[in-house]
Design a protein around this ligand. Structure first.
Ligand SMILES: *[C@@H]1O[C@H](CO)[C@@H](O)[C@H](O)[C@H]1NC(C)=O
Ligand SMILES: *[C@@H]1O[C@H](CO)[C@@H](O)[C@H](O)[C@H]1NC(C)=O
Ligand SMILES: *[C@@H]1O[C@H](CO)[C@@H](O)[C@H](O)[C@H]1NC(C)=O
Length: 489
């Protein structure tokens, strides 16, 4: 009897780790996130140009489970309705991205699309009028196709293309937007889009194209940062950074090899981008391994490009806050990598799998690791979310996920003295999810993708989140109202 009872408690703790509630202070900001391609739809409306996701999903079968973002959640047509939902949630901020090809259909400022500009101008205005702070990402994976046709991130001209686009965005929207992010999740852009083939443009040249992509991306980020710093900051008084996504990596065993593998994996994921920006160069272990393996592979040059001294100084310090995205936890096992094929994961020398069950304690460890490695930065969590195969209106998994993540954020702040200023649940509503299409549900609001109008319905988690935004408290008090019904009823 007793044994069974205690096992039950252990089980309870694993699935619903938030066995206590925490109270955040008034100035901690809660928000939600979406991105342009995942929710807007209207892929070819009002003068928008074609981007790499449009091209990939219209021409190559086998991606995104046969779906695409042509219509998505119809966000482009539902601005006021969606702002009502944000007001319902009582969020302090809303993270979203600008579709580059909606304002610059050819990718370049030689032609600026007035209807695209009007859409974002209205959106940012309305958000400000409703006291919702827009957190705006310039690039959430949707490069204009004409720029991809010239090599995309493999072309050093990306630095100029991106700076020119950023200038247009700062000039047009900088009065209303005070929190900018240059790129969302550079690791995925380069490792999966250039090295792998699970994201557009799906180049599949691992161990080479990914490192070149990362290099040009870092320089493009730095160029936009300095542009803002020199020409816009004084008047517009905003903050600009880059959203770095990484998960906590735990060794799969207590062996020294696996511990080392977990650390190296983190350096290849977060360190690849954060180290140049915070500490002035790629992580030592990354440089060493790739240099050594490139030589053994008979290459004349290290596959990881190096920064000139001038470039290092240009990239170092280009952050006003640490914008963090994280979803889950990985387990790493050390492996002896063969020299061929050339491959990024072989350079790491680790095999990783996603941890099952409670992953929330990785959040606290990740925050502490960031504090230690990047000189105690101010952190804003700009993305954290759970995708579920199905979701009932009661939505218990998502609520437990958010609660347990926040308990760990709170402990990192109060026990480990990590400086965290905000939390952003991703997503605001169900949308298009890259690899999986529409089969995974991330939203606090369900979207009916069989309904031409893409009706939104609040899940129980939306009511939980509303209370969280309003009180800063993570308890899930039973809401006796009509939460099963459409939010409007
Ligand atoms: C890189 O971009 C420039 C324009 O800035 C273009 O002239 C050149 O052809 C591009 N390179 C490749 C390989 O497409
Ligand atoms: C990616 O390239 C590797 C060889 O480098 C090949 O074995 C694999 O089939 C390719 N994958 C796709 C999806 O094209
Ligand atoms: C692909 O889509 C089908 C039909 O919507 C769905 O049943 C299936 O679960 C999806 N597969 C994956 C891997 O998401």
């Amino acid at each position: 009897m007793f044994k069974e009872f205690s096992l039950f408690l252990v089980g309870l703790q694993i699935c619903y780790a938030a066995n206590r509630n925490v109270q955040f202070s008034r100035d901690f900001s809660f928000g939600v996130a979406t991105s342009a391609y995942q929710t807007e739809g209207a892929w070819n409306k009002d003068g928008k140009g074609e981007n790499i996701w449009d091209r990939l999903l219209h021409t190559k079968p086998g991606f995104a489970n046969g779906t695409n973002g042509d219509v998505a959640s119809k966000g482009y047509y539902k601005m006021m309705e969606d702002v009502d939902l944000l007001n319902f949630l009582n969020v302090g901020h809303y993270r979203l991205s600008i579709s580059w090809s909606r304002i610059l259909p050819n990718g370049k400022p030689s032609y600026v699309n007035p209807l695209g500009v009007e859409y974002y101008r209205r959106l940012f205005r309305v958000l400000k009028q409703n006291q919702i702070e827009p957190f705006v990402t310039l690039y959430h994976w949707d490069l204009p196709q004409p720029l991809q046709d010239m090599g995309g991130f493999l072309n050093k001209s990306m630095v100029n293309w991106f700076r020119d686009y950023a200038r247009v965005a700062f000039e047009l929207f900088g009065d209303d937007v005070k929190y900018w992010s240059t790129f969302n999740d550079p690791y995925s852009i380069c490792a999966n889009g250039y090295g792998g083939s699970s994201l557009a443009p799906a180049l599949n040249k691992s161990g080479e194209a990914d490192y070149i992509c990362g290099h040009n991306l870092l320089l493009a980020h730095a160029a936009a940062y300095h542009l803002y710093d020199k020409e816009f900051r004084k008047i517009q008084d905003g903050r600009i950074s880059i959203n770095i996504n990484s998960n906590w990596v735990e060794p799969i065993s207590t062996s020294e090899e696996d511990k080392m593998a977990a650390e190296v994996q983190k350096q290849f994921m977060m360190g690849w981008f954060a180290n140049p920006i915070y500490n002035g160069d790629y992580p030592e272990v990354m440089k060493e391994r790739i240099r050594e393996r490139s030589l053994l592979q008979g290459k004349h040059n290290c596959r990881l490009p190096s920064f000139s001294r001038e470039e290092r100084e240009m990239v170092r310090g280009t952050h006003d806050y640490f914008s963090l995205g994280t979803q889950t936890m990985l387990l790493a096992k050390s492996v002896n990598s063969p020299l061929r094929p050339v491959n990024l994961q072989q350079d790491v020398g680790a095999k990783v799998i996603e941890k099952q069950g409670d992953v929330s304690w990785g959040m606290r460890k990740l925050l502490v690791w960031i504090k230690k490695n990047y000189n105690n930065p101010s952190i804003f969590i700009t993305e954290n979310g759970l995708g579920t195969k199905s979701a009932t209106p009661e939505d218990p998994e998502r609520i437990a996920y958010i609660q347990s993540m926040l308990v760990n954020v709170y402990d990192a702040m109060t026990i480990d003295n990590v400086r965290v200023y905000g939390y952003t649940y991703n997503s605001f509503m169900d949308g298009f999810n890259w690899r999986d299409g529409y089969s995974k549900k991330f939203g606090l609001f369900a979207v009916d993708f069989t309904d031409p109008d893409r009706t939104r319905t609040a899940r129980r988690s939306a009511y939980f989140y509303k209370r969280l935004c309003s009180t800063g408290n993570t308890s899930n008090v039973y809401y006796s109202g009509s939460w099963r019904r459409d939010y409007q009823n």
